[in-house]
Design a protein around this ligand. Sequence first.
Ligand code: E4P
Length: 214
Amino acid sequence: MKFFIDTANIEEIKDALSMGMVDGVTTNPSLIAKENGSFKDIINEICKVVDGPISAEVISIDTEGMVSEARPLASISENIVIKVPMTIDGIKATRILASEGIKTNVTLVFSPLQALMAAKAGATYVSPFIGRLDDLSQDGLVLVEQIVDIYNNYAYNTEVIVASIRSPLHVLESALLGADIATIPYNVLSKLAAHPMTDKGLKAFLNDWEKKSK
Ligand code: E4P
């Protein structure tokens, strides 16, 4: 399973890179807005340190605007993936960008039929937002399972990026369902490594070692 890091913060990206846990990066307008600097500067900086797909989202809501924003963004690096919203205009933009060889990530996906449309339009990636569904008392992981099944049934090449991840359990269940990618916020990535029995065991080893050296 590939791990993307869901942040626009360069320090978080560098730390996750040092763990070898960054196969790619996803950003969105809210994540970019938290950081200093222009959108283009932030994306450029990420491109300098990450060798993998980097999602940068358009903010236009009409097809023409999305495509016009996408082309210069895509020219920054061959690693750039254009994030477009899952709307009819977004689907039309996905189709145009796919025909130009520009990679896309259809975002804000909340239903399996939206994911099917994204794949048919030629999306490189699709991003189901599972945490936001959980917030509405709907099981986001059921959505992931349905998308993985549909894509397998018809051998679509579109890869599933599980997004809006809130906990290690989301990552575990996504891996068990066979999702291609989990895009993980930095705070959740840190939690994946943690286990109280590891801490307890390490403490006991060090205590025993100290006793022996006396
Ligand atoms: C990533 O592609 C998404 O934009 C992100 O995971 C959304 O996460 P949130 O629901 O926590 O804002």
